[in-house]
Write a protein that binds this ligand. Structure first.
Ligand SMILES: CC(C)(COP(=O)(O)OP(=O)(O)OC[C@H]1O[C@@H](n2cnc3c(N)ncnc32)[C@H](O)[C@@H]1OP(=O)(O)O)[C@@H](O)C(=O)NCCC(=O)NCCS
Length: 169
């Protein structure tokens, strides 16, 4: 019987993570984003899912700030999330997000932001309603948030620089 396990990513996983990202998205942009976020020190949490010792899923949360009246509230941005296509629909993506949320809450994080499909991310507690007052270049229905503690309702979302340099193309 196959066994799925989730653990923190290590330096040895870099190539496997790159492949999962490329296979899931069918392009290299997200794999490049992951490498850039890690290299710049903006990665807050990175988990991998393994099936029988093979990395088949990956999620990264990076540092994001909400700027309000001269204050910077630290938050996290969920991106990217990737599962090897042959394993889609087996619960790996959900398991990665849920485990990451537990760890982030334990670490004292209070706000998480995602830009993605509401029908998918809604099941993990994200909503556009919680994100609708934020000022962002990505402001739209797909911009969602969830708070685990006291966190700003409005303000400007400032993503790690890698989002501009790697996804601008
Ligand atoms: C999105 C993704 C990570 C989901 O991983 P997964 O392991 O297949 O997800 P799970 O098995 O935990 O959940 C499957 C459920 O999510 C739903 N789902 C998957 N992608 C979805 C999407 N884009 N929109 C709405 N629902 C989606 C499935 O329909 C399924 O629904 P069900 O539980 O009602 O049957 C995976 O499909 C993937 O890697 N996609 C390509 C990369 C991507 O789009 N990443 C997310 C954007 S950053």
């Amino acid at each position: 019987m196959s066994m799925m396990s989730i653990r923190a990513a290590t330096i040895k996983d870099r190539e496997a993570i790159r492949l999962v990202e490329e296979h899931a998205f069918g392009q290299q942009a997200e794999a490049g984003l992951v490498d850039a976020l890690v290299a710049s020190g903006d990665s807050v949490l990175e988990l991998v899912a393994e099936e029988d010792g093979q990395v088949v899923g990956h999620v990264l949360f990076s540092r994001l700030y909400v700027e309000t009246n001269g204050h910077r509230h630290p938050a996290v941005a969920l991106a990217p999330l990737a599962v090897e296509p042959s394993f889609h629909g087996t619960g790996i993506g959900g398991a990665l997000v849920r485990e990451a949320h537990l760890r982030l809450k334990q670490a004292g994080e209070t706000l998480s932001i995602v830009l993605g499909e509401p029908a998918y991310y809604g099941r993990f507690g994200y909503s556009h309603a919680r994100a609708s007052a934020f000022q962002s270049d990505y402001q739209c229905e797909a911009l969602q948030a969830q708070a685990w503690g006291e966190a700003p309702e409005s303000g400007k979302l400032v993503y790690a620089p890698a989002f501009t340099s790697e996804l601008a193309a």
